[in-house]
Write a protein that binds this ligand. Structure first.
Ligand code: ATP
Length: 215
């Protein structure tokens, strides 16, 4: 059994197929034991949430009902306030001392990593896995490049052999879907047909029924 447990953090406002397909592909690409979506209460780098925590919770649960292999962890929502990943990874590392934690983020998030609280400590608790995102190229500050130099790994085997400390760029099929774009489409009532390929059906139905995001 693999020791690698992946955690995929985000606002999921709303969750979309880019999140779901990336999560599924990551498990396969890294041979991880499992992957858990880790919704935040409030992202330190975002101004606001666009629907209530309760609606986001419903959307995530509806979305994942069809994907029992994808797990959910509500600790950041339960903690409330701004969600600082370093605090969460410290907690996870203490909770799973026999396992290797891999924290997943898109390249857009990694480009801004040096704005995160205690970012230089993240690899004290976990590996970081970075996935490509259409429309984003690596744009790292000098400080981030220097930090990355002795951490970047080109071999997935490192994530299994070492407990923490590596940054691995994972090649997945790129998916041009974002919550920002979806919110814009929903607000302008461009409901069909692309939306149904970008969101799980039950998520789209719930959004329309509850008139979320201006739908
Ligand atoms: P927003 O547009 O509101 O910023 P988002 O679509 O980026 O939302 P988040 O919930 O912020 O979604 O994303 C959680 C994590 O998933 C982030 O690390 C983000 O980079 C990554 N991510 C989101 N969409 C994709 C995608 N289509 N492909 C790969 N990674 C993605």
């Amino acid at each position: 059994m693999s020791k690698l447990k992946l955690f995929f953090g985000g606002s999921f406002d709303p969750i979309h197929n880019g999140h779901i397909l990336s999560a599924q592909q990551l498990v396969e690409a890294t041979q991880a034991a499992d992957i858990t979506l880790l919704p935040n209460a409030l992202s330190p780098l975002k101004q606001q949430q666009h629907c209530s925590t309760e609606h986001r919770r419903q959307l995530l649960e509806l979305a994942l009902a069809d994907y029992p292999e994808l797990l959910l962890d509500w600790r950041e929502v339960e903690r409330g306030g701004r969600s600082y990943t370093c605090e969460t990874l410290q907690e996870l590392a203490a909770q799973y001392p026999q396992q290797h934690i891999g924290f997943v983020m898109g390249l857009d998030s990694f480009n801004q990593l040096d704005h995160w609280r205690d970012w230089q400590k993240l690899c004290d608790y976990a590996h970081l896995l970075v996935i490509a995102r259409p429309g984003y190229q690596p744009a790292l500050s000098q400080m981030l490049k220097a930090w990355l130099a002795d951490k970047q790994s080109h071999q997935v085997a490192d994530l299994h052999q070492l407990a923490r400390g590596k940054v691995y760029f994972c090649q997945l099929q790129p998916m041009p879907i974002s919550s920002t774009q979806l919110r814009k489409q929903l607000a302008t009532h461009s409901l069909e047909p692309e939306l149904s390929s970008q969101l799980p059906g039950a998520v789209l139905e719930y959004i329309i029924e509850h008139k979320l995001y201006g739908a």
